[in-house]
Design a protein around this ligand. Structure first.
Ligand SMILES: NC(=O)c1ccc[n+]([C@@H]2O[C@H](COP(=O)([O-])OP(=O)(O)OC[C@H]3O[C@@H](n4cnc5c(N)ncnc54)[C@H](OP(=O)(O)O)[C@@H]3O)[C@@H](O)[C@H]2O)c1
Length: 295
């Protein structure tokens, strides 16, 4: 298959490029070469590249900044996906679009997960933009896959694991406070890229949840990572209400991979086992990065 990946310098996009390049013809222009906001640019590139599949890993992903940057958020998270959906329809290619747990309000009682057909009710500007992105894709593309995931981490870009390690290693702040009333499933970008590959191989269609199996609170997640790497730090649980950040976050971010399972194509694994493999592979590199990173 010829696959066009957008956002390939980002956390998930870079992993999709690495994974899919093994057995597909991957083209991955950067933002300068193909800006998804530009309708003309999208059409010209689709015509020239002529892909079978377009994977949209582009996003305005700073959740707090989304609360104030309304114009950029609308352009990148809604108009861009609409351009890709209309363009993909015109050139008859499949569109894979990535969404997230923030489309839900997180009010379900723990540990009840959200299913693919639950009603969306976002509590942040980011979540609202992702709901609208999904609508733009569904309304304009006859052959789409929407993949909703959550709490992504990987070797590229910022993530929760890196942030906790940096705080712990630098002992700044002296006491690390982490929410114990916010729940989700830490999901490795590498595994999600493999899941996207599996969906393409099986000609998946529609909206899928794809997160690691099992769940934890942010606090449990942080402690697990520090214990695994044997890093001593003062870490305390607190309520998410006491942590800074402009945007509200859903308390319950659990997504059940129901459709993947019912179709027999779920490759997602238990979050702890995944974090173990990730830290075994990249632990030293992450510690080095945390020590040398400019603050
Ligand atoms: N991170 C998570 O925990 C998470 C969880 C669930 C779902 N998601 C979704 O997964 C997708 C990918 O997220 P991510 O965390 O991998 O994103 P990311 O690391 O923030 O990367 C986003 C990429 O989009 C590119 N980009 C921005 N504006 C663009 C434009 N107008 N045209 C073309 N490219 C543009 C960026 O390029 P520059 O770097 O050059 O600006 C960057 O490479 C998003 O849809 C996000 O909502 C993320």
């Amino acid at each position: 298959m010829k696959i066009l990946i957008l956002g390939s310098k980002g956390r998930l996009g870079s992993e999709c490029r690495n994974v899919l390049s093994h057995d597909h013809d991957v083209v991955s222009p950067d933002k300068k070469e193909m800006d998804i906001i530009s309708w003309d640019g999208v059409i010209e590139n689709l015509q020239e590249i002529s892909p079978d599949v377009v994977i949209n890993c582009v996003g305005f992903t700073d959740i707090d900044l989304c609360e104030t940057e309304n114009f950029a958020v609308r352009k990148i998270n809604i108009e861009g996906p609409r351009n890709l959906a209309q363009g993909s329809a015109r050139f008859e290619c499949k569109l894979v679009h990535i969404s997230c747990c923030d489309i839900f309000d997180g009010q379900k009682m723990m540990p009840q997960p959200y299913f693919e057909d639950d009603t969306s009710n976002p509590v942040s500007a980011y979540g609202k933009s992702k709901v609208d992105s999904e609508v733009a894709v569904r309304e304009n593309s006859p052959n789409y896959i929407i993949v909703r995931s959550a709490w992504l981490y990987g070797i590229n870009g910022k993530n929760f694991i890196k942030s906790i390690l940096t705080q712990a290693i630098r002992k700044k702040p002296k006491i690390i406070r982490v929410a114990d009333d916010q729940f989700g499933s830490p999901t490795w970008t590498y595994r999600l890229a493999l899941q996207i590959r599996e969906l393409l191989l099986n000609d998946g269609r529609g909206t899928y949840h794809a997160t690691a199996e099992g769940y934890c609170s942010r606090f449990e997640y942080a402690k697990y990572v520090l214990d695994k790497l044997d890093i001593k730090a003062s870490i305390e649980p607190c309520s998410k209400k006491n942590l800074q950040g402009a945007a509200r976050r859903p308390a319950n971010c659990l997504l059940e991979n129901r459709l993947l399972k019912s179709q027999g194509i779920n490759v997602m694994r238990n979050w702890k086992k995944e974090v173990d493999i990730f830290l075994k592979k990249f632990g030293e590199e992450l510690i080095k990065e945390a020590k040398t990173k400019k603050s």
